[in-house]
Design a protein around this ligand. Sequence first.
Ligand SMILES: O=C(CO)[C@H](O)[C@H](O)COP(=O)(O)O
Length: 231
Amino acid sequence: MPRRRILDELRNPPPVVLPSLLLCDFGNLAAEVKAVEAAGARAFHLDVMDGNFVPNITYGMPIVEAVRRASDLPIDVHMMVSKPAAFVDEIIDAGADIVTIHAEATDDPRPILEQIRKRGALASLAINPPTPVEAIADALPLCDMVLCMSVMPGFGAQQFEAVALDKLRALRSLRSDLLLEIDGGVNASTIAQCTAAGAQMLVVGSAIFKKPAPYADSLAELTRLAASGTQ
Ligand SMILES: O=C(CO)[C@H](O)[C@H](O)COP(=O)(O)O
């Protein structure tokens, strides 16, 4: 999908709950993707971890390609890797529509963000809980999205860190058109605070994949609660 159309679609209310496939059943990946899409998902979130930037290893291009084959929905790839510049082209070739790199992984993210945009994908910068908004001020004009992590990246099912909410508010006051995403510990108890602080993109792992409820019920309830935070 072209960059402009994806941006317009994701900015549309209600807020977008993105299932984080980190916690899905990888033995049935295509079926999981189709099930979450049928349940009402508007985009997917994929966590690429290299065992160096974060203390965990997940997957790379083959899984992004497999998700791309199973669905036409936007794919949001969160690159938790030490050398993002080396992989952004391959990740986009594999099917990523949004590519998020970490501010902490590079001295200057601007050339990488430019490269992502040049390739027609949405460029996004992530900051970990200890990283202040000021650290990315120079790169903001090149960002379509900023991801405020509400846990230290690496694992699902961690406790939500509210410091991310202050950063969402600060970013929203700096740029009204910026897509804002939050990831980590987002669930039925925390999601309304996230949208009230300005997040439109809510990454959710365990509150979808580790619940006994059908995906459609979890997604509908999380979307309802997310929308309640914007009123
Ligand atoms: O990026 C991540 C971890 O680094 C995951 O996307 C995130 O933690 C989702 O899981 P949960 O909703 O269970 O916190």
